[in-house]
Design a protein around this ligand. Sequence first.
Ligand code: AMP
Length: 286
Amino acid sequence: MKEIRNPKVLAEEMSRLHGQGKSIGFVPTMGALHEGHLSLLRAARRENAVVVASIFVNPTQFGPKEDFRRYPRPLAKDRSLLKKAKVDYLFRPSVQAMYPEGFSFFVGMEDRGRRPAMFRILCGKFRPGHFRGVATIVTKLFHLVQPDRVYFGAKDYQQAAIVRQLIRDLHFAVALRILPTVREKGGLAMSSRNRYLSPRDRNRALAISETLFWLRREFRGGRHDLGRLRRAAMRRLHPKVDHLEYLEIVDPVTLQSLRWRKRRMAALTACVVNKTRLIDNVIIHA
Ligand code: AMP
């Protein structure tokens, strides 16, 4: 595995590989790798001649009171997992290299009529600026890596939906692969932030996936009034977590809240368990 820190050096290397006709699969991450990341890397390995992973804890997607500084950075372990996953290139730029003095362009997303931009709904409401930071770093990484295929996890559902629209609207010639959420045994969605949880917190956090699975079962069992179903799910989850930010049943592509059932829907939630913010979702097929 070749580790590159300099963006220009990476871009030159990628151009060279393209010149040789090699396909490039790209998995962007913030490190602290777990089985969820590894599933993306395995898919990338199957489908591409060259696999590039990045580790970059992107400061512009963290709010001033969020965990940027304490975000886990277990570099030696990450390196060894990436090597095991047969990654060809690790891109690990410094913050200074990605956001040099004077950096001032960001990727924004506008509202469409009365419909608020995907940036501003769901997690966007609770993390102002987050998706602007995500869209900006994803755009920069796509320019540098020039991937043929990129791999994202369904766990970060809104992020994947925004990246889908970013690729479409800004004409990136890249195929988006969204892979299923990998879960721990009890159902908790794997996340680098799970390591902040004490055993007791972890136990409480199980209510998040349990509630989403419950909601899906109820729907399948014939409970089709989405408003009521959503409220019932919130009532179940609310007492189990410290803060329930939202739980919504939405269109799987536009993420607009649904009043009436559709063929495909997504139920998304974000909760706080002892200061750790956790998100999860399930897809529901009517
Ligand atoms: P992160 O390092 O948290 O920025 O995540 C990097 C990529 O891994 C994103 O595309 C995430 O959606 C994906 N990912 C994180 N957790 C999981 C999971 N439990 N299952 C599948 N993909 C995941």
